[in-house]
Design a protein around this ligand. Structure first.
Ligand SMILES: Cc1cc2nc3c(=O)[nH]c(=O)nc-3n(C[C@H](O)[C@H](O)[C@H](O)COP(=O)(O)OP(=O)(O)OC[C@H]3O[C@@H](n4cnc5c(N)ncnc54)[C@H](O)[C@@H]3O)c2cc1C
Length: 404
């Protein structure tokens, strides 16, 4: 795979994958053919995660080539990202809770040498379970794993190695090129049986052998009868989504963050006078594949924004943003809505400070999110059934009249 962190490279990968997005994807997507062959899946997640390319343009490109019925499976997978984001957006406290648990467990590692040894063996790929060890290495070296390998890995981590799921999610988050608070945290909870209570995902040797073309066959090494995890904390209530913000007129500055790096398609009313770029939010090791992708994506977006709006872009730390905006003689800072997570939390603080200075941070929500997030109240099914009307509403399918 060529993981060049630019929009152009994302679009090139999309074009290359399009012929396989129809029935071939539905038939073959579960196969993990190994790092040398990713032809059966799109591998678009690092670009989609940062919106170097967007969900709606991927869906439109697919529907220009296949009918909705032919590409339904692929489109539904794209919508899983939306579902996880929406689900967390409606229960933001879950990430706060996860973060506290993660920090407490990291501290426990310091004082518990038995747990620390088991954790080190898993993350360095020395468990003796060949598939798991290979995926640990692939994750560290390449920063990416096939979806099925992520499911098997998380399941073996939780049910065979009996390690805390929060530490596994933290390990993934530090290494994945597509590290995303919602997809990552909630997928780990789904595997553990905490998302749909009592329904967990158990990795089975036979399934691994079949879907890796026999590269791995961990017969007798996995706990294939483990019970789902349970947790004492009560389920969180659904917090209704705040209305989407708009910017209709007046001069403004733009803020680019890794949550959305395609400012050319933001709906900005009014003249853009200045551009700031928030430094990378990656928690990966410097010079690791994930850190390099993250930095490259920001550089690419800054260069495109400069060319598109015809003004320079400068990197500005979050705590300097109010002063920077004031220095530009502006009172409105526009960015794309940052969902729950590190960037979202940083922006909440920026918004508070700007408000106390008589300025404002406006977070624009894309229509795709605005139409679908409210349906992430329970399981995926509810959101999935909204896809055809959402696609028609947004005019993404040439075969369907646009709904206004
Ligand atoms: C334990 C675990 C952790 C994960 N952590 C992340 C993460 O941090 N970031 C991340 O982007 N994805 C995560 N995923 C979801 C999924 O594995 C990846 O999005 C997918 O493997 C990306 O490969 P692809 O681009 O080839 O997907 P394709 O199969 O080609 O699907 C197309 C697009 O649909 C979306 N998509 C597909 N499957 C899922 C899914 N199950 N959940 C969410 N979106 C999906 C992605 O944007 C993907 O690029 C995780 C899954 C598991 C089981």
């Amino acid at each position: 795979m060529d993981w060049t962190p630019t929009r152009a490279a994302g679009l090139a990968r999309l074009a290359q994958f399009l012929p396989a997005a129809g029935p071939a994807y539905a038939e073959r997507r579960n196969l993990d053919l190994g790092p040398q062959d990713r032809s059966n899946i799109s591998a678009l997640s690092p670009w989609l995660r940062r919106r170097l390319i967007t969900e709606d343009e991927v869906v439109a490109a697919v529907l220009a080539r296949h009918s909705y019925a032919q590409a339904e499976k692929f489109i539904q997978e794209v919508a899983w990202r939306t579902y996880w984001k929406g689900w967390l957006e409606l229960r933001p406290q879950l990430l706060v809770r996860f973060n506290a648990e993660r920090i407490a467990l990291k501290a426990e590692l310091e004082g518990d040498s038995h747990l620390a040894r088991r954790f080190a063996r898993a993350t360095s790929g020395e468990t003796g379970i060949a598939c798991f060890d290979a995926w640990a290495e692939e994750l560290r070296d390449k920063g990416w794993l096939h979806n099925h390998a992520r499911m098997w890995f998380a399941s073996i981590w939780i049910f065979t190695l009996r390690l805390p799921w929060q530490l596994g999610a933290d390990f993934f988050y530090k290494h994945l090129l597509d590290a995303d608070p919602a997809s990552n945290t909630l997928s780990w909870r789904w595997v553990a049986g905490l998302h749909t209570q009592g329904k967990h995902y158990l990795a089975r040797a036979e399934n691994i052998a079949r879907n890796t073309g026999g590269r791995f066959a961990p017969h007798g090494q996995l706990d294939e009868a483990a019970a789902p995890l349970t947790e004492a904390a009560p389920p969180l209530p659904v917090t209704p989504l705040a209305s989407a913000q708009r910017h209709d007129h007046g001069p403004c500055a733009l803020l680019l963050t890794e949550e959305d790096l395609h400012p050319e398609s933001w709906e900005i009313g009014g003249e853009v006078k200045a551009i700031a770029v928030l430094p990378s939010a990656s928690v990966a090791q410097p010079d690791s594949p994930a850190a390099l992708f993250s930095q490259g994506a920001l550089d690419d977006a800054a260069a495109r924004a400069q060319a598109h709006f015809g003004i320079p872009a400068s990197v500005v730390e979050a705590d300097r943003l109010p002063g920077w905006l004031h220095g530009q003689g502006l009172t409105t800072l526009i960015t794309a809505e940052a969902p729950v997570g590190l960037i979202g939390w940083q922006l909440a603080e920026v918004a508070r400070r700007l408000a106390s200075d008589g300025a404002a941070l406006l977070q624009l929500r894309r229509e795709w999110d605005d139409l679908l997030w409210p349906h992430a109240t329970a399981g995926f099914f509810k959101l999935k059934t909204r896809l055809p009307t959402t696609i028609a509403r947004l005019g993404l399918d040439p075969a369907t009249p646009r709904l206004l």
